[in-house]
Design a protein around this ligand. Structure first.
Ligand SMILES: [Zn+2]
Length: 351
């Protein structure tokens, strides 16, 4: 039996917790209202047009890339490799990421179409598995141990230099292999869609390299590998730099969304090349993207001042760090970050 003072203490602490919960809900709701107002006041061009134009420009550049790859002049040939690599990154990183969030169209039917086109045809991966892993796990459970803790990118048995600078180059080979593994849990209908879509993307690039660029079989495959691996290093780096090493949360004691995202996500500085190829939501607006994943890259950039100012005013973290600084941290503290279990953030005060 509890004595009366103990009962009063329990009730008071329950009331206090409920009050704090309500306050935290209010913070997220207030910020959401500000962001939604900014979205409503933005034109279609700002909401989707700019990003759709960047993706269209990437597709328009493809013929020049194929023609330059057919040149016997080393400088032209290298320009072709560069164009093909940049275009591949724009389409398969920025395009697949926006498509996985349904950010390319307001119509659900078109959003589904773009997800299949970008993820399966262009990205050689299953759209269902991609959305499940990125949107439903990584975004829903950011930095929650065992769920959205970026553990797929942890290969602790590799030496740090190999993990950071060599293993990422295998991403173009690993991606279709993982995609085949992911087919196991899918319905026959989804398999009948995914396999032809992945083959269509892969073989149409191969066919154009053979017929338009005039490359031999082995040269075409080598060029495909080279172009697909060109941005693999920053792709893996960005994925791990923005989450691993930041506070982690237990699945049973997870904090409110605004605390989870502000403590478990970090922004990198603007970088012209990565802004174009990966998009703002993966580089300098990653915090904004995790708070509002439905926004396009350009809208993430537009609401950035509003979000950062709000978080700073409310004394919430707004984490930013330089690419080189994160690389140096991962290089020097590789064992702690990769091999040992990450420390679970003490939830008192931020739960
Ligand atoms: Zn995302």
């Amino acid at each position: 039996m509890q004595s009366n003072p103990e009962k009063r203490r329990d009730t008071a602490s329950r009331d206090g917790e409920e009050h704090r919960d309500a306050e935290r809900e209010t913070l997220m709701m207030e910020l959401t209202r500000l962001v939604q107002k900014s979205v409503r006041e933005s034109s279609w061009w700002e909401r989707r047009g700019i990003d759709c134009s960047i993706l269209t420009a990437a597709f328009i550049s493809l013929p020049a890339g194929f023609l330059l790859l057919g040149s016997s002049q080393p400088l032209y040939f290298l320009s072709g490799v560069l164009i093909m690599g940049v275009v591949h990154a724009v389409i398969t990183v920025k395009g697949t990421h926006l498509a996985s969030h349904g950010a390319l169209s307001e119509s659900p039917v078109w959003a589904d179409f773009w997800a299949v086109f970008f993820i399966e045809v262009c990205g050689s991966f299953s759209a269902r598995a991609g959305v499940q892993a990125h949107v439903k796990m990584h975004h829903a459970h950011t930095n929650v141990i065992g769920l959205g803790d970026s553990s797929t990118w942890k290969i602790p048995f590799l030496p740090r230099s190999v993990y950071l600078f060599i293993a990422p180059l295998a991403v173009p080979i690993i991606t279709p292999i993982v995609a085949v593994g992911e087919l196991k849990g899918q319905s026959p209908l989804q398999i009948l869609r995914t396999v032809p879509c992945v083959c269509l993307g892969f073989f149409s690039q191969y066919y154009l390299l053979r017929s338009v660029s005039g490359l031999s079989c082995s040269s075409a495959l080598l060029v495909m590998l080279l172009c697909r691996a060109m941005f693999s290093l920053p792709y893996i780096h960005v994925n791990i730099f923005q989450h691993i090493g930041l506070p982690m949360f237990s699945a049973t004691h997870r904090p409110k969304r605004i605390y989870q995202m502000t403590h478990g996500v970090l922004n990198l500085p603007r970088n012209p090349l990565l802004d174009w190829t990966f998009g703002h939501s993966l580089i300098n607006c990653h915090v904004e993207h995790h708070l509002f994943p439905f926004l396009s890259d350009n809208m993430c950039l537009k609401v950035k001042p509003l979000v950062s100012q709000y978080l700073k005013e409310k004394k919430l973290p707004y984490q930013e760090d330089a690419y080189i600084s994160r690389l140096s941290l991962f290089f020097h503290k590789y064992q702690e970050l990769m091999v040992f279990a990450p420390p679970i953030t003490e939830l008192v005060g931020i739960q």
